[in-house]
Design a binder for this molecule. Structure first.
Ligand SMILES: *[C@@H]1O[C@H](CO)[C@@H](O)[C@H](O)[C@H]1NC(C)=O
Ligand SMILES: *[C@@H]1O[C@H](CO)[C@@H](O)[C@H](O)[C@H]1NC(C)=O
Ligand SMILES: *[C@@H]1O[C@H](CO)[C@@H](O)[C@H](O)[C@H]1NC(C)=O
Ligand SMILES: *[C@@H]1O[C@H](CO)[C@@H](O)[C@H](O)[C@H]1NC(C)=O
Ligand SMILES: *[C@@H]1O[C@H](CO)[C@@H](O)[C@H](O)[C@H]1NC(C)=O
Ligand SMILES: *[C@@H]1O[C@H](CO)[C@@H](O)[C@H](O)[C@H]1NC(C)=O
Length: 440
């Protein structure tokens, strides 16, 4: 075991950080660095070969990595369902914000002259925030606001300050505190020009983090870009430019070529795409709800309980959860049929890996799974259904029930199940489009 790990370890230790960074920061022509173009940004998985964050991750086994991602999912599910069960609409900087989301990052150029930040994209969050120079407890890469001629902190009487949840006033600067997992950070409310691919967006409002305290949650190292539907999100701050329309194609985290993309605005979006209505839930107006009717496993269809605006029950698309989570009754039915089919095909005895209760030793023959939405069926390719260890020694159904301690009413279509599809969020026409696209 230790011997097998040695070459990997020495490779990682001998790879200079600069080498990993170079293609991204300098946009060289290495295959890692396909340029951002027009209104289209490259999307990277944080664990992918070219990600600068990869080297920051501890060397771990495949099992550890999967469990790590799944553990973060539990915290995120908690967050998402608390919101749904919770009180009211939560704009920027709620005290109960996203707990884990740094799965996919995009390059954002902040300030004048611009400084490159690799920010996590998150469809279930509205705010944007960035670690700033002077921050106590932030990582190494920070935005130096003093070097930007277009940077401004926002005063306590600005209209933007009123959209902040629980703002306070420090030296007449609008500030807010936000909880993130077990950490809390405090930030100044600020604005500056940001550049997304070729588009400059002046006066973009974001939190400039000044202090991170407590806990062991790692904040997205270079900030977070909220793509939700709430008042301070990218969509609402760029309505004229992007018309509340965007799409993404998420690459597989094992992919070397990651040509995944985030395409902003109505132009260049796919014409041949299937749609399902986009629903709004007053309990959580930032989230992208859809009507999922059933999940087909082999030849059996499991019905999904209808959504309920009063409880927030329903199904959402989320870019920050890794593995699809289903309400317990639905998950159990999906899992039972999956097991029946796998074992019928000689799949051996079921075993588990952390929260995944449907794993088998070796490779298996899994039944086809498709998700049925109002007006649209989506068949999942096998790589979106199974997590498989590198050497094929273990195969698990890449879905789970909501964690025990969460009184979940939400089904979350997570990023692993979305990979290599283009997902189009067309808010003006209230619809979500899904089309197969190989973007690994
Ligand atoms: C950028 O996009 C334009 C228009 O879609 C295309 O013609 C051009 O080849 C692209 N450039 C790069 C470097 O990808
Ligand atoms: C407020 O401003 C004063 C004077 O400029 C400065 O000494 C102090 O550190 C500031 N306080 C905070 C919390 O930034
Ligand atoms: C926000 O956090 C700062 C620094 O951790 C703390 O000094 C301040 O009291 C907090 N403010 C509120 C309103 O909780
Ligand atoms: C936040 O604002 C305070 C008060 O204006 C200022 O002293 C501080 O330097 C700012 N911090 C950051 C990280 O921008
Ligand atoms: C990566 O890209 C190269 C050239 O574009 C292609 O030949 C290769 O098959 C790709 N590899 C994967 C794993 O997609
Ligand atoms: C989805 O598949 C189900 C079962 O095969 C079928 O009854 C239904 O008509 C399909 N819906 C669409 C929109 O194709």
């Amino acid at each position: 075991m230790a011997l097998a790990l040695l070459p990997l370890l020495s490779f990682i230790l001998s790879t200079p950080l600069l080498l990993l960074f170079y293609p991204i920061v300098h946009g060289s022509n290495l295959k890692c660095a396909s340029p951002d173009n027009g209104s289209t940004l490259r999307v990277m998985h944080v664990y992918s070969q070219c990600s600068p964050f990869r080297s920051a991750k501890p060397v771990s086994s495949w099992e550890d990595m999967v469990l790590d991602m799944a553990a973060n999912d539990d915290a995120r599910l908690q967050y998402l369902t608390n919101l749904v069960a919770g009180k009211s609409v939560l704009p920027i900087a709620s005290g109960r914000q996203i707990t884990q989301s740094a799965t996919y990052v995009v390059r954002v150029n902040v300030g004048t002259p611009s400084q490159t930040m690799l920010m996590a994209m998150d469809t279930s969050s509205d705010a944007a925030w960035i670690p700033c120079t002077g921050c106590v407890g932030c990582g190494r890469n920070r935005f130096t606001s003093a070097k930007s001629t277009t940077f401004k902190t926002l005063g306590c009487k600005t209209p933007q300050c009123k959209q902040v949840w629980n703002p306070s006033c420090t030296n007449s600067t609008c500030t807010f505190n936000q909880t993130y997992g077990s950490s809390t950070f405090s930030a100044n409310l600020t604005h500056d020009t940001i550049k997304l691919a070729m588009d400059a967006i002046p006066n973009y409002v974001f939190g400039c983090i000044r202090n991170v305290a407590g806990g062991n949650t790692v904040l997205p190292q270079q900030g977070l870009l909220g793509l939700g539907r709430g008042p301070m999100s990218l969509l609402s701050q760029t309505q004229n430019l992007y018309k509340s329309t965007f799409s993404y194609c998420l690459p597989n985290f094992k992919s070397q070529n990651f040509s995944g993309s985030l395409r902003l605005g109505p132009y260049g979006q796919p014409q041949k795409i299937k749609y399902t209505p986009l629903l709004k839930n007053p309990k959580r107006s930032s989230l992208y709800y859809v009507k999922m009717i059933g999940i087909r496993v082999g030849r059996k269809t499991i019905d999904i309980p209808p959504s309920d605006p009063n409880t927030g029950a329903g199904t959402i698309f989320d870019s920050g959860t890794v593995f699809t989570r289903l309400v317990t009754s639905v998950y159990n039915a999906v899992r039972n049929e999956f097991r029946r089919r796998v074992e019928g095909a000689g799949g051996g005895t079921v075993t588990s890996l952390g929260g995944f209760d449907t794993c088998y030793n070796g490779k298996i023959v899994a039944p086809p799974i498709s998700l049925h939405f109002a007006g649209m069926n989506v068949s999942l390719p096998m790589e979106n259904v199974l997590i498989q260890s590198t050497y094929g020694s273990l195969s698990c159904l890449a879905m789970a029930a909501a964690p025990d301690n969460v009184n979940s009413v939400v089904n979350v279509i997570a990023n692993m199940q979305q990979q290599n599809f283009r997902i189009l969020f067309d808010v003006p026409n209230s619809r979500v489009g899904v089309a197969r696209e190989q973007c690994t």
